[in-house]
Design a protein around this ligand. Structure first.
Ligand SMILES: [Zn+2]
Length: 84
């Protein structure tokens, strides 16, 4: 039997700023809910681990996502990208 953590309270993603608010479909606890402070999309786009439901590995994917987001922002600032 797998015990999942309860659904997180509403939060704004640390990378994209999207506000995640649980609705009636997110009340059940499963491994696909976002873990604060990063939304599920940024976790998989920047970090990897798509469809990984293991919470410990997802936290590692989140650390990788934060490092990748900082790396992307540094690249944009250094090379004068569209978002600099
Ligand atoms: Zn996000």
């Amino acid at each position: 039997m797998v015990i999942y953590a309860p659904a997180p309270p509403p939060f704004a993603c640390a990378i994209c700023g999207h506000e995640w608010v649980p609705d009636r479909w997110h009340t059940r606890c499963d491994g696909n809910l976002p873990i604060q402070p990063i939304c599920r999309r940024c976790e998989s786009d920047y970090g990897g681990g798509r469809n990984d439901r293991n919470r410990d590995r997802r936290i590692i994917w989140q650390l990788k996502a934060l490092a990748s987001a900082i790396d992307c922002e540094a690249y944009r600032r250094h090379h004068g990208g569209a978002y600099a």
